[in-house]
Ligand binder design. Structure first.
Ligand code: FMN
Ligand code: SF4
Length: 416
């Protein structure tokens, strides 16, 4: 796999490996030291830096931290570091955890200082054996460290780490499903409210952050707000780890400034299209987002600019598709995955994703009628918002977006 360390931040060569002494001697620990020196400034710093959640939603990190900080411990507060990462085309968290777990752990301890999350759970995809091994090893070293003890003393409550393998279901990455999992149950998403910040694991206030989000935090504390802002482009702060896959020369994990144009990612860093084929589409933000097309190559890759084009930066996954690839087939594969992944609690999601997957399979194999296509289009209009979590909307997003860009491909696949 290719990796680019252009900004030397999250994929910093010195942060490689899970040896805590190496981390403390070369780069790490100072963000946490600063947090312990001025705990009341941490959330303000995150606000100033403009760090957003990097697990898909782009929700401002400081706001979630603030909600949790405002809650009383009951008797504990939890932090779930979300490393479930099962979305097609997304593979950045596994890389970070396997190669550089210390910054994730330091970010988690800074959370403990900022908002009192004394029960810290690293919730990791069970398929990612290297990630699990690496974080387990690093956690063991941290538990015996002076810094860990200083955080425990500061909190005045028991401080614990737990590394757990998630169930391996895609739905287990949804925040309330992760809470159920941590409680030892099947990952069925919960209804909201109450929100996790108020009542999460065992009824305690719970913060859920993505691995990449937490990784940024020690660096922001260590180097300051302006440094973080300057890493990005225009209004966007910091870096983003992109998972570039599909029909490009150099697929891989790329840490680049937030806000670079899509064309730079594909053609400069990704080496351009395989076999010099023409670009047809990019599944932006993973398989549950929407499609961008060649006319969007100039879009700056940041949350707001991508949203303005009707898509979403999501997890930073970019699945590149060349001319000659059937969009209907690709979308059918993704929707089959979502239909299989639906947890079944909400009838519109269970039956809706199943029905849409059946329709798509019929269209893709040339067995569908014009009525089938009309039904598909209608389902995309009536189903959004009728599930408890975002899985259903994600599945609809991708169908709807492919219909708006490539409806002729759908029509030409019809039998009658
Ligand atoms: C079906 C589904 C699966 C998800 N899977 C993940 C995941 O694997 N990792 C993740 O960080 N967020 C995932 N999310 C988003 C989480 O619900 C949550 O927003 C995120 O962990 C918050 O972290 P952040 O604020 O740092 O981005 C998923 C959401 C949905 C609806
Ligand atoms: S929307 Fe789908 S995946 Fe989400 S809770 Fe409902 S049935 Fe489960």
């Amino acid at each position: 796999m290719n990796t680019v360390h252009k900004n030397n931040v999250l994929l910093h060569p010195n942060s490689q490996g899970n040896n805590l002494n190496n981390w403390l001697n070369s780069y790490g620990g100072s963000g946490l030291e600063k947090a312990l020196d001025a705990p009341e400034q941490i959330i303000e710093l995150l606000k100033g830096a403009g760090l957003r959640g990097l697990g898909g939603s782009g929700f401002p990190a400081w706001k979630k931290w603030q909600f949790v900080a405002e809650q009383a411990a009951n008797p504990d507060k939890y932090l779930i570091c979300n490393g479930n990462e099962d979305e097609p085309g997304t593979f950045k968290d596994a890389y970070l955890l396997a190669h550089s777990p210390n910054q994730v752990i330091e970010g988690a301890l800074i959370s403990a200082v900022a908002n009192g999350t004394n029960r810290i759970v690293f919730y990791i995809n069970p398929e990612q054996k290297k990630s699990l091994e690496s974080i387990r090893n690093a956690v063991e070293q941290w538990q015996n460290s002076e810094l860990f003890q200083r955080v425990a003393d500061y909190l005045g409550r028991p401080l614990s780490f737990r590394v757990m393998a998630s169930s391996g279901h895609y739905i287990g990455g949804e925040e309330t499903a992760a809470i159920e999992s941590v409680e030892g149950k099947f990952p069925f998403p919960r209804g909201k409210p109450p929100y996790p910040a108020v009542s999460g694991v065992h009824g305690c206030p719970t913060l859920i952050n993505n691995v990449e989000t937490l990784s940024n935090i020690p660096h922001i504390l260590r180097n300051g707000v302006q440094w973080f802002k300057d890493l990005g482009k225009g209004e966007s702060s910091g870096t983003k780890i992109y998972c570039l896959s599909g029909d490009v020369f150099y697929p891989g994990v790329y840490e680049l400034p937030m806000g670079i144009p899509l064309s730079e990612l594909i053609f400069t860093h990704g080496g351009g299209m395989l076999l010099e084929k023409k670009l047809k589409a990019v599944f932006t933000g993973g398989a549950s987002s929407t499609i961008l097309t060649p006319k969007d190559l100039d879009v700056p890759l940041d949350f707001d600019s991508v949203r303005e084009r009707g898509s979403s930066l999501g997890t930073g996954a970019m699945i590149v598709v060349s001319e000659g690839t059937g969009i209907v087939k690709r979308v059918t594969e993704y929707v089959n995955f979502y239909a299989h992944s639906s947890c079944g609690q909400c009838p519109p999601c269970k039956t809706g994703t199943f029905y849409i997957s059946q329709l798509l399979n019929r269209i893709d194999t040339g067995q569908a009628s014009n009525n089938d296509l009309d039904t598909l289009i209608n389902l995309c209009k009536i189903l959004p918002g009728s599930g408890r979590c975002h899985l259903l909307d994600g599945a609809i997003n991708i169908v709807d977006s492919s219909l708006s860009h490539f409806v002729d491909e759908y029509k030409s696949s019809l039998k009658y």
